[in-house]
Write a protein that binds this ligand. Structure first.
Ligand SMILES: Nc1ncnc2c1ncn2[C@@H]1O[C@H](COP(=O)(O)OP(=O)(O)OP(=O)(O)O)[C@@H](O)[C@H]1O
Length: 344
């Protein structure tokens, strides 16, 4: 059984469709990254999965349960770390955790949750004195209190320094190793690439790319970059290249083979390809390319929309012009006829 199954999910906020017919699944024990630009619909999706919002359409199963009708059962097995936590600023970290434990069935000991989140040293500190990154760690501690089978982490490391981020990654990996399924959103693509074994990229409410991390990256191919030798134009090369930030970039399904082809071509002409680098696509490359593609799609759509609008506008204008012309013609004819018939 999958930990999460989403089929044809749609969700609007006050008439604005934030999630438009998405489907994806998350296997048990997997770390799954839900990625996308600001406003792509990631938080809305998490809120529906966690039972905070009702779907408008589609089916959602979380640990085999419906988060709306089986809300209590889902809440008992799920930990949620949303972007904006409502803490009481005057409570200390330890008091906050204790308060939260009162609302949690069979909670972990508070010290254990604080230890996991790397907050032990701050347990006597008032919440209002915590840094942004420390507040995120407190959020994580609270999400872990109920020993969840499934954890939703919405931008878990925002505001953390590199050390705290690495420590949080270790916690997330450990939890996954112990069988916790984790769905996380992040704008740090390196974080997603390091942690997640599967991903979906959302854009404007839709999923534009999805799959296993390794397979998706392998399918995205790679690139060979180098400095274009003097007096060589991109068109002279045996493979298509673009010039980006002063470097020639050759995108290829098999970047090693592309590098060999380019080097053999250069050697045959006594040229060197200075600064040659060969690498597989990163999540950042994939993300940027999905964004470009979806922008292009939007561009095409708006061109089509504009063309249709113009055609409709022209048709309406012509129809109105014809109608006015006919009406004027009729009116003039009638007037002329009347004046002929009644010349007073
Ligand atoms: N309660 C709400 N009322 C009206 N619109 C909302 C509400 N919540 C979200 N939206 C809109 O829905 C869209 C999706 O928002 P959502 O928070 O799901 O995106 P996100 O991918 O999580 O973005 P971010 O990366 O910025 O957190 C946005 O355009 C947002 O403005």
């Amino acid at each position: 059984m999958n930990a999460i199954d989403v089929r044809g999910l749609r969700k609007s906020h006050q008439g604005f469709e934030a999630v438009k017919d998405i489907s994806f699944e998350v296997a048990e024990g997997e770390i799954f990254a839900l990625l996308g630009r600001n406003g792509a619909g990631k938080t809305t999706t998490i809120e529906v999965l966690a039972g905070f919002q009702r779907p408008d359409a589609g089916t959602v199963r979380v640990l085999g349960l419906d988060p709306v009708t089986d809300r209590a059962a889902v809440r008992g097995r799920v930990g949620v770390m949303l972007q904006e936590a409502g803490f009481f600023p005057d409570l200390t970290v330890a008091q906050t955790v204790d308060t939260w434990r009162d609302f949690t069935a069979a909670p972990r000991p508070g010290d254990e949750a604080l230890e996991l989140a790397g907050l032990t040293a701050r347990s006597a500190t008032r919440v209002r004195q915590l840094s942004g990154g420390e507040k995120r760690r407190l959020d994580l501690a609270l999400a872990l209190l109920g020993r969840p089978d499934l954890l939703f982490l919405d931008e878990p490391t925002t505001g953390m320094d590199p050390e705290a981020r690495a420590a949080t990654w270790a916690v997330i990996r450990d939890l996954a190793r112990q069988g916790t399924t984790i769905l996380l959103t992040t704008h740090y693509l390196e974080e997603a690439q390091r942690l997640a074994s599967a991903l979906a990229i959302m854009d404007a409410g839709r999923i534009v790319a999805a799959g296993g991390m390794a397979e998706t990256l392998a399918a995205a191919g790679g690139r060979v970059t180098f400095l274009l030798p003097a007096h060589v134009a991109p068109d002279d090369l045996p493979l298509p290249v673009t010039v980006e930030d002063g470097r020639a970039v050759c995108r290829a399904d098999d970047p090693d083979l592309a590098a060999q082809t380019l080097l053999t071509w250069a050697a045959g002409r006594g040229l060197r390809l200075e600064g040659l680098e060969v690498r597989q696509a990163t999540l950042e490359d994939l993300f940027m390319e999905s964004a470009v593609k979806s922008t292009m799609k939007t561009g095409v759509k708006s061109t089509v929309t504009t063309a249709v609008e113009t055609a409709v506008e022209n048709a309406v204008t012509t129809a109105v012009e014809n109608a006015v012309e006919n009406a004027v013609e009729n009116a003039v004819q009638n007037a002329v006829q009347n004046s002929v018939e009644d010349p007073r």
